[in-house]
Design a protein around this ligand. Sequence first.
Ligand code: NAP
Length: 233
Amino acid sequence: MAISNEYDGTVLVAGATGRTGSWVVRRLLHYGVRVRVLSRSGQKARELFGEQVEVAVGKVQEREVVARAVEGCDAVISALGSSAFSGESSPAEVDRDGAILLIDEAARAGVRHFAMVSSIAVTKWFHPLNLFGGVLSMKLSAENHLRKVFGQEGRSYTIIRPGGLKDGEPLQHRLHVDQGDRIWSGWINRSDVAELAVLSLWIGKAKNRTFEVVSEAEEPQQTLAGCYERLSP
Ligand SMILES: NC(=O)c1ccc[n+]([C@@H]2O[C@H](COP(=O)([O-])OP(=O)(O)OC[C@H]3O[C@@H](n4cnc5c(N)ncnc54)[C@H](OP(=O)(O)O)[C@@H]3O)[C@@H](O)[C@H]2O)c1
């Protein structure tokens, strides 16, 4: 496993001013990685991160904004998430179409790795969460597109499907990972999801993996890298 300060690329974080995204930024900065954020509010980004990051201001629906944001980046981490039934914050516009636009523009710009925060139960169309604008199905469409585009030679992806999200410090829980969308319940700290997304940049066994993850027990961890040892391609 490469140590973090050997990672020498700029990482674009989409959804950076959200609750998981801001942890992604903090963990990237912790490891000394160069960060650019895509945010609808430059002011919010500056309030959260000061001058430590580059800021690209705009919506994920705006192709020119997204194209400029990914230019020169080595990787993208998306923690985008919808928050309304309709309009620019809806599952169709953010979780599906926005994510797909970001994936396509990232590939076009030569981005080599794309990590996406998705959700447990995305393959279960009958799940009650789908009553919220089909959010799980929208996320699955984006996942499928990511696997197709970034599963190609010279690129890689990591899709993290967390259980219910909570706030709190990272590395305070032993995690349970699984594959095949078999987990129905459970929760995890946003900060641990962020940590896993960041580790995927330099851990080989994180490449081209889709997995579910929830907390198993309160138990301080040195690293979450071991989660990737337990996954199959
Ligand atoms: N809540 C749960 O229990 C749960 C469980 C499993 C998976 N998830 C998924 O995990 C992810 C992260 O969740 P979270 O709670 O951290 O989300 P969050 O705090 O709501 O953050 C969502 C981010 O998406 C951004 N965003 C929304 N619409 C946008 C647009 N049109 N253009 C650009 N950015 C846009 C928001 O921007 P602003 O900062 O400008 O608002 C925000 O930064 C989401 O995909 C969520 O669905 C959540």
